[in-house]
Design a protein around this ligand. Structure first.
Ligand SMILES: [Zn+2]
Length: 149
């Protein structure tokens, strides 16, 4: 029996894999909770190479702030990701549970492709705008909103 056949037939294997993924994600959250990215920065390859902010820059600090219940600080570090994180989390959990229980994918087909393209375009535009060093765009850089609150 190949791995693909095993995954297709055995709900127990799929649930075990999902539980392992949940444990890894939980361990990552615990690690982040106790390691402040302001002290232990999570490097961004784009920022290191070019000095430009990618759409995800500040997301580690935003997640750290969210883990500590500070939504406003998270918003200051990465406003778009702070808004998108709950939806991305819901998608990942829903998709994982669907796969573990049914072995199929009944989630992706229910998401409008135009909506996904719209979100991707929004992330791309956000990534461009946050690199313009002039207000109000500079407010989108990591920590740019901190001065306002
Ligand atoms: Zn980045």
């Amino acid at each position: 029996m190949t791995m693909r056949e095993l995954l297709k037939k055995s709900r127990m294997v799929r649930v075990s894999i999902l539980l392992c993924a949940g444990i890894v994600a939980g361990a990552g959250a615990v690690y982040l909770y106790f390691h402040d990215p302001k002290i232990y920065p999570i490097p961004c390859a784009l920022h290191l190479l070019t000095g430009l902010y990618c759409p995800g820059c500040g997301a580690g600090r935003a997640c750290y702030a969210l883990l500590h219940g500070d939504v406003l600080e998270a918003f200051c570090y990465n406003p778009l990701m702070t808004i998108l994180i709950p939806f991305i989390g819901l998608y990942i959990v829903g998709r994982g549970i669907d796969w573990a229980v049914t072995g199929g994918n009944h989630v992706d087909g229910r998401i409008n492709v135009r909506f996904l393209v719209g979100v991707l375009v929004l992330i791309l535009i956000y990534g461009i705008l946050r690199n313009i060093p002039v207000p109000p765009f500079s407010l989108l850089a990591p920590g740019g909103l901190s001065g306002l609150f």
